[in-house]
Write a protein that binds this ligand. Structure first.
Ligand code: ATP
Length: 140
């Protein structure tokens, strides 16, 4: 078993996609180990996306991620990291609507920035992101 961090971003919460997304998660066989709603401030959003701090879209990304609350969940199942990434689809929600129409980003995202959900990109990122939001929790 493996764990990943899943996040419903502000546009996903505002668009009332939380229940739909949680249904997809449970029907796909993930356990939801922990969950909570969080309002990020500039500092926390910048820290979460620190790897993008030099990019042209960074300020806009921080503004988007602080525009409303996010909903974070620790998901667990075998290959959770890659399974969740496969369910959410490509980063650019506009492209997802064409190439992966049944993906979560196709359902609730708008474009390259406003893509309604996040998923850790590796088990290492998952460990960092899970402790970022939940501190130390008992191992899988
Ligand atoms: P996430 O890490 O949120 O799951 P990702 O791994 O698919 O997304 P990253 O490349 O890590 O994508 O980018 C992090 C987030 O920054 C994206 O989800 C998106 O919201 C935003 N983003 C990425 N690239 C761009 C861009 N070129 N212009 C605007 N926003 C972007």
């Amino acid at each position: 078993r493996e764990r990943t961090l899943a996040m419903i971003k502000p546009d996903g919460l505002l668009g009332n996609y939380t229940d739909k997304i949680k249904t997809i998660i449970l029907e796909s066989g993930f356990g939801i180990i922990k969950e909570r709603m969080v309002q990020l401030d500039d500092e926390k959003a910048a820290l979460f996306y620190a790897e993008h701090s030099g990019k042209s879209f960074f300020q806009s990304l921080v503004k988007y991620m602080t525009s409303g609350p996010v909903y974070v969940m620790v998901l667990e199942k075998p290959d959770a990291v890659s399974r969740w990434r496969a369910l959410i689809g490509p980063t650019d929600a506009r492209k997802a609507k064409v190439s992966h129409p049944s993906s979560i980003r196709a359902m609730c995202g708008s474009d390259l920035e406003r893509n309604c959900v996040h998923g850790s990109d590796s088990p290492q990122s998952a460990a960092r992101e899970i402790s970022f939001f939940f501190g130390d929790i008992s191992p899988a």
